[in-house]
Design a protein around this ligand. Structure first.
Ligand code: NAI
Ligand code: MG
Length: 340
């Protein structure tokens, strides 16, 4: 049996709970990882005095593969987002977030879309400053958005290649080029040029982001693959998660040329941390994406099937999905499904 080295960051808040549940399922699948457990975020501040210790970065540099829980980022002041820092450090330019209906009887039955978000540029480059005017130290604020031809080209290409590989039919380029003529305009122009190379194989259209937000609520079935810039992708992927029953079901992958980090879309959920009721599905589905990534396609499929059977057939659900099962009970049920 192949044993792969991988970095494990359980994370903050509900992170350790959903990660423990996920490891049980991976064990049951009989896929072996040699986990190097490291810290990040609040847990790292407590243990090492910094939110992103060198040991964590060194580990990912070595393993090039990481399963990660959510990390707490202070709002407003405090340290910079560790997630954003890691994405930039390893040039994890593609953020892939699939959204698919699992729970029947929800508001939408046939959602099956993937949002591919540019992960290193846009408004998330960290050029966000306040300025002093007169006696007011924070009289004015300015953020800079960086969009490059190269960055737009590689994410557009990633989206079309992803569509091809996964048998998807259409890529929608989402932008705000009517207002942000330079930044969003460049992204649109470059993406459309890439689309031409896939003409006949993958359909392509484009939509302005505000209209996309509305269309997602009115008729989400019309979307297949969406490719967009960093901030729009962040917002739309949470919205998409909401269509299918919430953040507890939404996984994400951060893919670069030299490393890949898999994580849930949601955060550390401080409101329910330590209560044992968090939904570990997003983290389990992130693990499934990681299994796909390393070529364990069969194990990934078994994981997804077991999870779906637990929720749909066994009707075992955590409170966020209207159920009563604690995290541990849900995990046991998925493990049982994996074994049958
Ligand atoms: P959040 O995603 O942690 O929580 C939003 C709401 O969804 C809460 O009511 C929470 O209880 C619920 N929720 C989230 N995941 C759930 C799960 N697995 N099961 C059941 N309910 C779940 O977002 P929030 O509160 O805005 O952020 C909390 C912290 O997480 C912040 O410090 C933020 O910066 C960080 N964060 C980290 C991310 C990451 O590490 N990739 C992503 C998003 C936020
Ligand atoms: Mg987000």
């Amino acid at each position: 049996m192949t044993v792969r080295e991988a970095t494990l960051i359980p994370g903050d808040g509900i992170g350790p709970e959903i990660t423990a549940a996920t490891l049980q399922v991976i064990d049951a699948l009989r896929v072996k990882f040699d986990w190097d457990e490291e810290y990040g975020g609040m847990a790292a501040v407590e243990k090492a005095g910094t939110p992103l210790p060198n040991a964590t970065l060194d580990s990912i540099r070595r393993t090039r593969l990481c399963l990660k829980g959510p990390l707490t980022t202070p709002v407003g002041g405090g340290y910079r987002s560790v997630n954003v820092a890691m994405r930039q450090e390893f040039d994890l330019y593609a953020n892939v977030r699939p959204t698919k209906t699992i729970v029947p009887g929800g508001r939408y039955e046939h959602v099956d879309l993937v949002i591919i978000r540019e992960n290193t540029e846009g408004l998330y480059v960290g050029l966000d400053h306040t300025f002093k005017i007169g006696g007011d130290r924070r009289a004015m604020a300015q953020a800079m958005s960086i969009v490059t031809r190269e960055g737009s080209e590689r994410i557009a290409r990633y989206a079309f290649e992803y569509a091809k590989l996964h048998g998807r039919k259409k890529v929608t380029i989402v932008h705000k080029a009517n207002i942000l003529k330079a930044t969003s305009g460049l992204f649109l122009e470059v993406s459309k040029r890439v689309a031409e190379q896939y003409a006949g194989a993958i359909a392509c259209d484009d939509k302005i982001v505000d209209n996309t937000a509305m269309q997602l609520v009115i008729r989400p079935e019309q979307f297949d693959v969406i490719v967009t810039t960093n901030l729009f992708g962040d917002i739309l992927s949470d919205e998409a998660a909401g269509l299918i029953g919430g953040l507890g079901l939404a996984p994400g992958a951060n893919i670069g040329t030299h490393a890949a980090i898999f994580e849930p879309v949601h955060g550390s959920a401080p409101d329910i941390a330590g209560k044992g009721i968090a939904n570990p599905s997003a983290q389990m589905l992130a693990a499934a994406m990681m299994l796909d990534h390393v070529g364990e396609l069969e194990a990934a499929k078994r994981l997804r099937c077991a999870l779906e059977a637990t929720i749909v057939k066994d009707r075992i659900r955590t409170p966020d999905l209207g159920g009563r099962a604690p995290t541990a009970e849900f995990a046991r049920a998925v493990v049982k499904r994996v074994r049958t």
